[in-house]
Design a protein around this ligand. Structure first.
Ligand code: UTP
Length: 476
């Protein structure tokens, strides 16, 4: 029921009647849209969420048997988990050729740390060309088509806050050369944003509740609710190659990773992950652990510092496997979770500055400090629901150059440097001379389109210069 009287009663029952304070002053259209928005929110869940996440901060209990998660080493011939890379790659390539893999990017976040107006996927990320992130991913998919002769469908999760802007960006760029029906958009759900002191739901304006996307973990429900999952199942897609919108060096579809996920003896083929070794105990990334017989990611803030500082006898960090948010997810696994009535990933609390209006006067508030709590679900919490989940080590320079912050670590500048470093490495392996600074860094800016190559091996097929000039900017 979406009539005003019902909404008024439901709001009174959860002590959130202020959300209708301005109702009498709104236009008829605004009134309708506010009532419609309120009816779409999980109002009855709000009191328990305020109690569990605003009044109290959720307590974290460290599993007693927590240990580092085992992983497949980047160098397949070393470590305790030896494996056959060529075999995994062949298995992955067969799966790709059979049309059983879709690319899946979660692009519903708000990108508030970067402070870029517009969907983050539109951000000019290419080190030389300034190509938008979405174009870089599109070129990956074009490259897959060139190499394997199949169009891997590309699913893009947006949020109601950026869905239209994302779609029109693709329209205005003619889908970056992809056939129109290769790209599928669907929006994730939202949660009401809560006042950090009182738990009252914030209002974005007099006629709109302040909401936030419900986290990348919201993708499991959204894939199902949007019909995307049913479409995948009917077209024979078995695996989703999951990545985040902020990483221009991700291999959008990696045959080795897909093959290992689908065929390793200790993988249930439900959900697998890539990791990079942490550079220091203090590096703020989630860590792959093993507890209660399950792989899981523990957040940096939850894993006690004394454990993070523990070392192996050879001096390496014991809890070394840093999460870079690259996964392969089985379509049947997602279907099992999403259709289970009892399924629900836990919420995580994030404290944020949320622009809003004063609920009694309607005056706009631009907060100088955190004034709100966002509730979000994290996709890696699904790892614990797998029967057997594997972790593959990868090289940071090869596939992790995220753009999260405006400056400093994980910024456009650090991403440009990493893109250059990787390209220099690949070019050198093909015999191209790279100019270096006194410190040994490439003295140039380089960018390799993933349509040209997604690995040093693939670059060998490309016509290359003999040398790069000092200070040059070269895109290949
Ligand atoms: P982040 O954790 O970096 O969050 O998202 P964010 O919202 O983009 O950025 P900040 O924290 O406001 O600066 C990691 C990935 O998960 C996606 C993002 O788009 C990004 O690809 N994401 C995040 C969603 O798709 N939905 C969400 O609700 C949150």
């Amino acid at each position: 029921m979406t009539d005003l009287a019902t909404i008024r009663t439901r709001l009174a029952a959860i002590d959130q009647s202020h959300l209708l304070n301005f109702y009498p002053t709104l236009t008829a259209g605004e009134q309708q849209s506010l009532v419609r928005q309120l009816a779409s929110l999980p109002l009855e869940d709000i009191p328990a969420l305020i109690d569990g996440y605003v009044r109290r901060k959720p307590a974290f209990v460290l599993p007693r048997d927590v240990a580092p998660a085992p992983y497949y080493p980047h160098d397949a011939g070393t470590g305790s988990k030896r494996w056959d890379k060529a075999k995994a790659e062949a298995a992955g390539e067969a799966i790709i050729r059979a049309g059983q893999v879709a690319a899946f990017v979660v692009a519903g976040g708000q990108g508030s740390r970067l402070g870029y107006e517009g969907p983050k996927g539109c951000y000019p990320a290419g080190a030389v060309t300034g190509k938008p992130l979405f174009q870089i991913f599109a070129e990956n998919i074009l490259g897959i088509h060139d190499r394997y002769g199949v169009w891997a469908p590309w699913y893009i999760m947006t949020s109601p806050l950026n869905h239209e802007a994302t779609q029109s960006f693709f329209e205005s760029h003619k889908y970056f050369g992809l056939p129109r029906d290769v790209v599928q958009f669907f929006p994730q759900g939202v949660m009401p944003s809560l006042d950090i002191g009182t738990g009252k739901v914030l209002m974005a304006s007099k006629s709109e509740v302040a909401t936030n996307p419900d986290g990348h973990g919201g993708c499991i429900r959204a894939l199902h609710a949007s019909g995307a999952l049913a479409a995948m199942r009917s077209r024979g897609i078995k695996h989703l190659s999951y990545f985040q919108v902020d990483n221009p060096t991700v291999r959008v579809i990696d045959p080795v990773f897909i093959g290992l996920h689908a065929s390793a003896g200790d993988s249930s083929g439900e959900m697998s992950s890539k990791m990079v070794p942490k550079v220091s105990p203090e590096e703020k990334v989630g860590v792959f652990c093993h507890a209660g017989g399950k792989t899981q990611v523990l957040e940096y803030s939850d894993l006690p510092m004394e454990l993070q500082r523990e070392r192996q006898p050879d001096g390496t960090i014991k809890f070394i496997a840093g999460s870079i948010a690259i996964h392969v997810m089985g379509v049947e696994f997602i279907h099992r979770l999403a259709t289970d009535e009892a399924f629900g990933l836990p919420y995580h609390r994030a404290e944020k500055k949320i622009p809003c209006v004063d609920p009694s006067t309607g005056a706009a508030i631009t907060p100088g400090a955190n004034n709100g709590v966002k509730l979000e679900k994290f996709v890696f919490d699904a790892l614990e629901l797998c029967k057997a989940s594997i972790v593959l080590e990868t090289d940071r320079v090869e596939e992790f150059a995220p753009i999260k912050n405006a400056t400093g670590a994980d910024s456009p500048e650090s991403s440009r440097q990493l893109q250059t470093l990787r390209a220099a490495r690949w070019l050198e392996s093909c015999g191209v001379a790279i100019p270096k600074t006194a410190g040994g860094e490439p003295d140039c800016v380089l960018e390799i389109s993933p349509r040209s190559a997604t690995s040093a091996g693939e670059l060998k097929q490309v016509k290359l210069p003999k040398a790069i000039e000092r200070g040059a900017k070269v895109a290949l």
